[in-house]
Design a protein around this ligand. Structure first.
Ligand code: 5AD
Ligand code: SF4
Length: 481
């Protein structure tokens, strides 16, 4: 499954200091998950080689690209509104070309060109290397589409242009696609089959980031724990690999250890984990290496075994709870977050209560909660009627969100009075005299700047908190600095 749709960055336009010789202007905007933001950095890298520079100014753009998300209907509606805005600008600047990338491109394919008259270019998540050809087509006045999904494309050989970041934290993609086939989810259709990236190229990217001064990386994939490299190829074809390939394969625990060992000062995060694929081996590696952060995003979707089965999640409520117990035992300080869907078809009040009681059991640090949105083409859309009325879905969601707020507040308070290592990422939004960073557990902490700077690892004594933010003061550099 895909991680966290961070509402604060939706539609963010990312741009970066340009290359002098490049004179065409690219405006690139991203929606959806971290993987989409990471993909936009790959797209920017490809287009910089094609003579483009990025711009933050829509009116100046020669080429407008929007990297889209299909996860819920609301995401698609937001993007359609943006396309209307581009259309208005295009009326003033008819030379401007508009392209749709990502999951909506893959889902709607040619339909986009027919329905949205302003779109010139449609490119699916595995076809970005074809952009130079596609742009040529568009330059010559033809529409261009490539939505072919790939068995082996991982963009492992492309060095992403780090857009708009803080120079401290970066994403490194390790797997693409998803084979889980959760019945509610559009991702297997928009991002294709699961494949892993060559660990050597992952390692090279991480070392390059370290040399450039980055201090924290997040290894990204729809299902990172399922990472498996045996010389290339789809995860589902591993069964027919040679004995040699099987014996020398790299799994996620191996990869984590490799990266942690190669860069002992780099903080390492990963996302997203799927309960059925997360093994104790990964937990032991997390315990062994101090630089792997104490944080696991572990979507549960529902606390009812019956609903989990309808969702084709490969675990029961009890198995999920057993995994939580293992995490607590092996990693007592580990923060855990969830994704939950309210109002999946056939969900009863009792199923909903099961979700609330599971939440009580785990007391998640953070959560990302949604009402069920039927996605065309998914197994659920084909097989089960979307039978829960919207008002009931919304009421259940409200109850889930309220409970999560209580749990988050409870977890945040537990930090108060103790000292934690914080990596400084940026100025606090509230005050230009304060830094903002995160603990290993991913909780945001703010504190007076003093003489510290962005990218420093600082020990922060936590004196107070709001429901989601720790408030403290620095007591010195941490030993990692
Ligand atoms: N409706 C609502 N939420 C969904 N998610 C995925 N598909 C749907 C859908 N059809 C949620 C899941 C997933 C997160 C990224 O989005 O909780 O983990
Ligand atoms: Fe990411 Fe695509 Fe899923 Fe949206 S639909 S969350 S962009 S994988």
């Amino acid at each position: 499954m895909e991680k966290i749709i961070d509402e604060t960055i939706q539609g963010e336009t990312l741009a970066k200091e340009g290359i002098k010789e490049n004179n065409r202007k690219l405006f690139i905007e991203s929606y959806g998950c971290q993987m989409n933001f990471s993909d936009s950095e790959i797209v920017a890298s490809i287009l910089v080689s094609e003579g483009f520079n990025t711009t933050q100014n829509l009116e100046d753009a020669d080429l407008v690209l929007v990297n889209t998300c299909s996860i819920r209907d609301k995401a698609e509606q937001t993007i359609r509104k943006r396309l209307e805005k581009y259309n208005a600008v295009k009326k003033i600047n008819p030379k401007m070309k508009v392209g749709v990338l990502g999951c909506m491109a893959e889902r709607l394919k040619e339909k986009f060109l027919e329905e949205e008259k302003i779109v010139d270019l449609v490119v699916g998540p595995d076809a970005y290397k074809d952009l130079p050809n596609l742009i040529k087509e568009v330059d010559e006045g033809r529409d261009a589409v490539n939505v072919i999904l790939s068995k082996d494309e991982t963009y492992g050989d492309i060095s992403p242009v780090r857009l708009g970041g803080n120079g401290v934290t970066a994403y490194v993609s390790i797997t693409r696609g998803c084979d889980n086939m959760c019945t509610f989810c559009v991702v297997p259709f928009t991002r294709g089959r699961e494949r892993s990236r060559n660990p050597q190229s992952i390692l090279e990217e991480v070392i390059d980031l370290a040399n450039k001064g980055y201090k924290e990386i997040t290894l990204l994939g729809q299902n990172v724990d399922s990472f498996l490299w045996y010389g290339g190829g789809l995860k589902k074809d591993f069964k027919s690999a040679t004995e040699m390939q099987k014996a020398t394969a790299t799994n996620f625990a191996n990869l984590l250890a490799m990266v942690a060992e190669a860069q002992p000062k780099m903080r390492i995060r990963f996302s997203t984990s799927n309960p059925q694929d997360m093994g104790e081996d990964v937990l032991h590696i997390m315990a062994k290496y101090k630089n792997i952060c104490d944080y696991i995003h572990l979507p549960v979707q529902s606390g009812s075994t019956r609903i989990l089965k309808e969702m084709n999640r490969q675990h029961t409520r009890e198995e999920y709870m057993a995994l939580i117990d293992s995490i607590r035992k092996i990693l007592p300080d580990c923060a855990i977050s969830q994704d939950i869907i309210a109002g999946f078809p056939t969900e009863t009040e009792e199923d909903h209560q099961d979700t609330l009681s599971l939440m009580d059991y785990v007391k998640y640090d953070f959560g990302f909660m949604f009402v069920y949105s039927e996605r065309p083409g998914t197994l659920a859309a084909r097989k089960i009627e979307d039978d829960i009325p919207l008002d009931i879905k919304k009421r259940r969601l409200t109850e889930i969100v309220k409970l999560q707020q209580e749990h988050s507040a409870y977890r945040t308070k537990l930090f108060v009075g103790n000292t934690f290592e914080v990596l400084i990422e940026k100025e606090s939004k509230r005050s230009n005299e304060q830094w903002s960073g995160r603990t290993s557990q991913n909780t945001v902490a703010v504190f007076p700047k003093e003489n510290y700077k962005v990218g420093d690892f600082v020990n922060v004594k936590i004196n107070d908190c709001t429901s989601a933010t720790l408030i403290g003061e620095a007591v010195g550099y941490s030993e990692n600095n």
